[in-house]
Design a protein around this ligand. Structure first.
Ligand SMILES: N[C@@H](CCC(=O)N[C@@H](CS)C(=O)NCC(=O)O)C(=O)O
Length: 229
């Protein structure tokens, strides 16, 4: 089996977490087969998809690789950060994490600030609950989105502006998992037309990321199923 048909990536055009995995695949030069799951049509809540990922989340990655069975990894891989580390261990170049332990801890911490503390609050399942069960109208949902995007990105800005590890990218001068997470939040903010003021370092790093083909090709609007511009 070649790497060309090793992976099936269950994906939807605008999902932030799937964008992270698309960028990582692009950086590694590996092309997964994408399987479109229409979140707007609730396909991620279908029994067939929940059998793959009981959380009903994208991305979900199936590895048909040579040693997948031996390692028990015919079980689908879920959680974008776990998938990024899996890809980094499977395809070590270019690395997504720094070589030193403190550097890796910093990159993972920046990534978690976004992927664990910020993104989960604005997912479709949270919107569905707040608008369906908690009385939120569109304006309240928008205020919620603004609040949590701002909270996460302002904390990120403060760290990036003050911490000595910051370079051309979040950590040094090469893209890491932290940059992938930074860009994954900014691309969906654009989809939702949310703006956060006063984050010049975040914006500078986003521009560096988007100048790289691996990030540019992962843009939500370029993916299958995206609405015409
Ligand atoms: N922590 C998970 C998040 C997965 C997730 O929630 N993905 C969103 C799209 S970005 C999703 O599929 N949401 C479905 C829903 O909220 O119902 C990861 O990083 O992979």
């Amino acid at each position: 089996m070649t790497d060309a048909n090793r992976f099936e990536l269950y994906a939807f055009w605008r999902t932030s977490a799937t964008y992270r995995v698309r960028v990582a695949f692009n950086l590694k030069g590996v092309v997964p087969q994408e399987r479109f799951v229409n979140v707007d049509a609730a396909e991620h809540r279908s029994p067939a998809f929940l059998a793959l990922n009981p959380m009903g989340g994208l991305p979900t990655l199936v590895d048909h690789g040579a040693d997948a069975g031996a390692a028990g990894s015919t079980i689908p891989l879920t959680q974008s950060l776990a998938i990024l580390e899996f890809l980094d261990e499977t395809y070590p170049q270019p690395p997504l994490l720094p070589a030193d332990t403190h550097g890796r801890a910093r990159v993972r911490s920046l990534a978690a600030l976004l992927a664990a503390d910020t993104h989960p609050l604005i997912t479709p399942r949270v919107r569905k609950y707040l608008t369906g069960q908690a009385g939120f109208d569109d304006a309240a949902w928008r205020a919620w989105q603004n609040h949590w995007f701002s909270t996460g990105l302002q904390a990120l800005e403060q760290r990036l502006a003050q911490e000595p590890g910051t370079g051309a990218f979040c950590h040094g001068d090469a893209p890491t998992t932290a940059d992938i997470c930074l860009a994954s939040i900014l691309v969906v903010m654009r989809v939702f037309k949310i703006q956060v003021e006063g984050i010049p370092t975040v914006e500078r790093i986003m521009a560096r990321c988007e100048a790289l083909e691996a990030f540019a090709r992962a843009a939500p609007q370029l993916q299958a199923g995206a609405p015409a511009p």
